[in-house]
Design a protein around this ligand. Structure first.
Ligand code: TYC
Length: 101
């Protein structure tokens, strides 16, 4: 995003803002096996077994867990790919995205 500002003296200034980051969120459900959630997290988000297990257990206990943050396009692509991996196996596992404040 680029903003153009004209100063009182007529000078043109441009401000480049960093793009907003988007969170990928893992949503709990009652059907997807824990081990499968861990496999998807490792494959799509390059997590270790320990990191993936912690994120999976947080979603399992609290309902949701932030997996990571990316630019919007990357967050959406990763959430879609991870959700599709589960659909192919017939599981309802869901990854969503939302902008960071
Ligand atoms: N709740 C699932 C079970 O008990 C495991 C699970 C954890 C599923 C996290 C989704 O985002 C999830 N088999």
């Amino acid at each position: 995003m680029t903003d153009t500002v004209i100063t009182p003296r007529g000078k043109v200034l441009t401000k480049t803002e960093r793009p907003r980051l988007h969170k990928v969120i893992l949503v709990n459900d009652d059907y997807t096996p824990r081990a499968f959630v861990v496999t998807v997290l490792k494959a799509e988000f390059r997590m270790t077994e320990e990191q993936a297990s912690r994120v999976m257990m947080t979603a399992h206990q609290r309902g949701v867990c932030v997996v990571a943050v990316f630019t919007r396009d990357v967050a959406e692509a990763k959430a879609t790919r991870a959700t599709d991996m589960a659909r192919k196996e017939g599981y309802p596992l869901l990854f969503t995205t939302e902008p960071e404040e």
